[in-house]
Write a protein that binds this ligand. Structure first.
Ligand code: P6P
Length: 340
């Protein structure tokens, strides 16, 4: 790439403003906030072990999960970046018990709300495994100028204006959609910019990777068990046995499967009878991206994640997403239409 061929994320957003006709520049400013916060978290993650940012914060979040120091830092960094630009009137976060009202003079007339998992997979931080930020943007439903209410957050995923993730891996990438396809940008720390590196991302219709925590096998629903066995049975015509790849970091597993093809599964288990992943700030944004890249995302047979009406902020759902033919194969086993 040369300065003649690089297209930065900022330039890309400006060039594609036409994609959101009612944009008053607020969405672009919202993305600028996310971009800035992502650069800060990139820097902090890459020096966590040196500046005592690794390890647990000693606190728990509402999920009862150990908060890592970087969970808290990432949450604060994204909240501050968003609240300082007058583009967001409310934020829901995995790290916050309730949603945050931004009804001060600067933000109360904003028209967007953001839902986010500031640092997903953070338990992997101390062992240098990739982690990610997941975000989702909606237009507010309640009247502009008032404080946000539940209806602003309990919107189905089909109402998303934008969604994306930042993956802090061997390189840091920001991948997002506004409903007009998926584009990926790789961060160049030397230049301090995200450069378009993966234009118009499409996931293969079929893949040979399945991603699931098989340690929970005995607790999986019967149809999921049968699908896993299907993945493992040798059959040259369908390139089986598939490869099992599971990092334990949703953004990393999804990013790999988006590019290579594959399916990610987090079914109900004994510990998580409704699944572990959270609908508002993990499943919906990832489902939007996967569908925009040509994939599918369901929480049950024929049950599209994006159509599920949320009923609580930290609601969990079973989650199956990836290459469309693989999701359909899973559904066939879950419905009992197909036996091994
Ligand atoms: P398990 C991380 O905590 C997360 O929310 C996702 O990033 C990841 O895919 C999943 O949970 C891992 O869960 O139960 O397999 O450790």
């Amino acid at each position: 790439m040369t300065t003649a061929t690089i297209q930065t994320l900022g330039e890309f957003i400006i060039a594609n403003q036409k994609d959101y006709p009612d944009a008053s520049g607020e969405l672009s400013a919202l993305f600028a906030a996310i971009r800035l916060a992502a650069k800060v978290i990139h820097r902090e993650i890459n020096r966590a072990g040196i500046v005592d940012l690794a390890g647990k914060s000693g606190e728990q979040n509402i999920q009862g999960e150990q908060q890592m120091k970087l969970d808290v830092l990432a949450n604060d960094t994204f909240k501050e970046a968003l609240a300082a630009r007058g583009v967001v009137c409310g934020i829901a976060s995995e790290e916050e018990d309730k949603y945050i009202l931004l009804d001060d003079g600067l933000n109360k007339n904003s028209k967007y709300v953001v839902m986010m998992d500031p640092l997903d997979g953070s338990s992997n931080i101390d062992v240098n495994v990739s982690v990610g930020t997941i975000f989702s943007v909606y237009r507010r439903k309640s009247p502009v100028g008032t404080s946000v209410t539940d209806e602003d957050f309990y919107q189905p995923g089909t109402d998303q204006v934008a969604a994306g993730y930042v993956i802090y891996g061997s390189s840091t990438m920001l991948v997002y959609t506004t409903g007009h396809g998926v584009n990926g940008f790789t961060y160049d720390p030397g230049l301090g910019v995200f450069c378009l590196s993966h234009p118009k991302m499409r996931t293969p219709e079929k893949g040979v990777i399945y991603s699931i925590n098989e340690g929970n096998y005995v607790h999986f629903p019967d149809g999921v068990k049968k699908y896993i066995k299907y993945c493992q049975v040798e059959d040259d015509d369908t390139q089986r046995p598939y490869t099992s790849r599971y990092i334990g970091s949703l953004v990393s597993d999804i990013h790999r499967n988006l590019i290579y093809g594959g399916i990610y599964l987090y079914p109900s288990t004994s510990r998580y009878p409704n699944g572990k992943l959270r609908l508002l700030y993990e499943c919906n944004p990832i489902a939007f991206l996967v569908e925009q890249a040509g994939g599918r995302a369901v929480y049950g047979v024929g049950q599209r994640v994006l159509e599920l009406k949320p009923t609580s902020l930290h609601q969990r759902v079973p989650f199956f997403a990836g290459s469309p033919y693989m999701v359909s194969d899973l559904e066939a086993f879950m419905s009992g239409r197909v036996q091994l």
